[in-house]
Design a protein around this ligand. Structure first.
Ligand SMILES: NC(=O)c1ccc[n+]([C@@H]2O[C@H](COP(=O)([O-])OP(=O)(O)OC[C@H]3O[C@@H](n4cnc5c(N)ncnc54)[C@H](OP(=O)(O)O)[C@@H]3O)[C@@H](O)[C@H]2O)c1
Length: 248
């Protein structure tokens, strides 16, 4: 019983810490900069679940896409407007090379090194942000997650009191650093925080905004729908410098 109470106290304290450490959107915080014309797109995390959807849908929308990937053999899509470049997001020089000449960057960076301190998301994102600032690339759309900042607790009780505190505490802590690094820039950024991701077909209808998600039941959304929402943010200023949640 004592152990259970101690665990619940830890899970609650972690959730509060993630709430404080992640980005919190303020109602009046977003100066409304009109988006510029975007044609050339850099996609980071392009071989992942969301990333593959981003590549496919971006090409369908007519963007000229550069995919930064560690292993080009994992890219199945072939398209005249797709350029695949081998590189690691933790290698600042590699990021510099692909960021130059882009109009926007979209990131679905993620990894599976859950069980230890990590800075892959935050360090990789800092490399992206530095390169964007160096080459005047203004718009950045980045996938993080519900469960941090003003999305804390909103993945549902199972994630708040089991998955995040037991499996993902280091991973989510790095996400708060990632979000803070993004929010500290004056770039035209949008942080997209999905619920639990699925590989099912897109529904085309989902909820998005600041108070999205649920404190009780697990909230979900397909990677295909997340990718569509992320690409929509390239040409919309509704969520400029904000961190909307998105789920079915
Ligand atoms: N799973 C969920 O339920 C869930 C819920 C909410 C939010 N999210 C977040 O959403 C994001 C996308 O998740 P996902 O499951 O769609 O993606 P994913 O399948 O985990 O793919 C992650 C991508 O990041 C790439 N990557 C990792 N380290 C890299 C590095 N050092 N340099 C370059 N690329 C690197 C991976 O490349 P490789 O193919 O080479 O590994 C892969 O393309 C993640 O941040 C995840 O935490 C996930």
């Amino acid at each position: 019983m004592t152990l259970l109470v101690a665990f619940l106290a830890y899970a609650l304290a972690l959730s509060l810490a993630l709430a404080r450490a992640g980005h919190r959107s303020h109602a009046s915080a977003a100066p409304s900069a009109l988006h510029t014309d975007i044609r050339r797109l850099l996609i980071v995390g392009a071989t992942g679940g969301t990333g593959r959807q981003l590549v496919r849908q971006a090409l369908e929308r007519g963007y000229v896409v550069t995919a930064l990937v560690r292993n080009p053999a994992k890219v199945e899509t072939r398209h005249p407007q797709l350029k695949v470049v081998q590189g690691d997001v933790l290698d600042a020089a590699a990021v510099d090379r692909v960021a130059r000449g882009q109009d926007a960057v979209v990131s679905a960076l993620g990894h599976r090194r859950y069980f230890g301190p990590t800075r892959i998301l935050s360090d990789g994102t800092r490399n992206i942000l530095r390169a964007m600032q160096a080459y005047g690339v203004r718009r950045f759309v980045c996938e993080t997650s519900l469960g941090i900042g003003d999305g804390a607790g909103r993945m549902g009780v199972y994630y708040t009191f089991f998955v995040i505190p037991v499996i993902l505490p280091f991973y989510f802590w790095d996400k708060t650093r990632q979000e803070r690094a993004i929010a500290a820039t004056d770039l035209d950024w949008i942080i997209v925080r999905p619920g639990v991701l699925t590989n099912s077909a897109p529904r085309g209808r989902y909820r998005h905004g600041r108070r999205i998600g649920g404190f009780v039941w697990t909230v979900r959304i397909s990677r295909a729908d997340v990718a569509a929402f992320m690409l929509d943010q390239l040409t919309s200023d509704v969520y400029l410098r904000r961190a909307p949640g998105v789920c079915w």
